[in-house]
Design a protein around this ligand. Structure first.
Ligand SMILES: [Zn+2]
Length: 187
């Protein structure tokens, strides 16, 4: 099942940040945000920006929310990509029983720490052969000194910046053009 989402809230940095609202099976419903029901992983950032990171599943006891109601429908839960396929094989059971099976299989996890939605991160995995060009880009995007930038580049993969995908995209493009290997990661 696909969800559509719109977001609206403040992230505390003065930017308008989007709060989670979802639509399940075409029915309007304010949903709880994407935290895995097994391990508690917070995949709000990835789900919001890419629609990935996990999904919402319905179980045998699924009951849609009444019109205008907010919360999580009975018998529905989010699962991160690590636990999604295992959860899906149990969706003919009521949610509570499926969760028990999954917790026995994967063990207990601490409850999720609820906080602001983390931004995606731009990681430089490998500088490549054009070190001088990559060094210049790292310096201008981070404000680090030449020595700091060189030290980070030599130390292995590092997080260069965090922000919204549209803020990171120009740097991704420039770094790739300079021969660096970069990744967008969702913390
Ligand atoms: Zn999980």
């Amino acid at each position: 099942m696909r969800l559509t989402a719109t977001f609206r809230a403040n992230d505390g940095k003065g930017r308008v940040r989007l709060a989670y609202w979802g639509t399940i099976a075409g029915q309007g419903a304010g949903m709880t945000p994407p935290y895995c029901a097994v391990c508690g992983k917070d995949f709000r950032g990835e789900y919001f920006h890419t629609g990935k990171g996990g999904d919402l599943l319905r179980f045998r006891d699924y009951a849609p929310l009444a019109d205008g109601a907010v919360g999580m429908p009975r018998g529905a839960a989010w699962f991160c990509r690590m636990h999604l396929e295992d959860a899906r094989t149990l969706d003919a059971q009521p949610l509570g029983e499926a969760i028990e099976v999954l917790r026995r299989r994967f063990g207990g996890f601490p409850p999720p720490a609820i906080g602001p939605m983390p931004d995606p991160e731009l990681w430089v995995v490998c500088a490549g052969s054009n070190l001088a060009a990559v060094l210049r880009l790292v310096r201008s995007s981070s404000g680090w000194t030449p020595a700091q930038a060189r030290e980070r580049l030599m130390a292995g993969p590092f997080c260069l910046a965090s922000g919204w995908p549209c803020e990171l995209a120009p740097w991704v493009e420039l770094l790739r053009q300079a021969g660096a290997s970069v990744e967008i990661r969702y913390p």
